[in-house]
Design a protein around this ligand. Sequence first.
Ligand SMILES: [Zn+2]
Length: 205
Amino acid sequence: MKLSYGLRNEINTQLLTAHKQAQLLTLRAQIMHALRGYGYVPERDFQCYNCRQNLSLADILYGFADHPTINTVTCRYCDYTENHVKLIQRGATLSRAELPFYCASQVLHYFENNHLVILPPEQIEKRAPAYAHSAIVHFGNYNTVFAELGLAYAFDKVPDWLHKVKDFFGKAPDTIIAACVGISVKRVSKARNDLGIPPWNSRKK
Ligand SMILES: [Zn+2]
């Protein structure tokens, strides 16, 4: 099974161990939390409906059909294909809001066909919350989603991004930080070099 579309550029281009991939996915979630402080995350301890195995986020991303209209996750342990994973509102305690978690192909298909490029993030999230929050999980930033579609997006500026992500310099690849902030890798690398921090190295533990 292949890794879900949105992470292809960041993670799948390097032959990383499952352990390292899981580590990067966790880092990405931490970076997005540092940047946005709100949002949705895939449900934790998701169990396959058939074999009851716990599927990690990496398992879920691998198991997505990666198809513009099919939203099921195939279990890597038993090959059961009808699992549906939810997104859960981060930090919600009493009434927890849930949304369907769409694969990156579905996100791109929806964003491309609904003219969302003219809307600011709040309006995208109001109009299509499940697609919007799935997009952030896969791509980190709406700029990155629209860039995948070959479109320029003017709205998703993260204020004070340098202050929010500088603790991740050297601990995460510049590509992942850049995708989450929605800016070029070059700008991230320059900011990191300016602080005298060496780049992330995939061979390090
Ligand atoms: Zn299973």
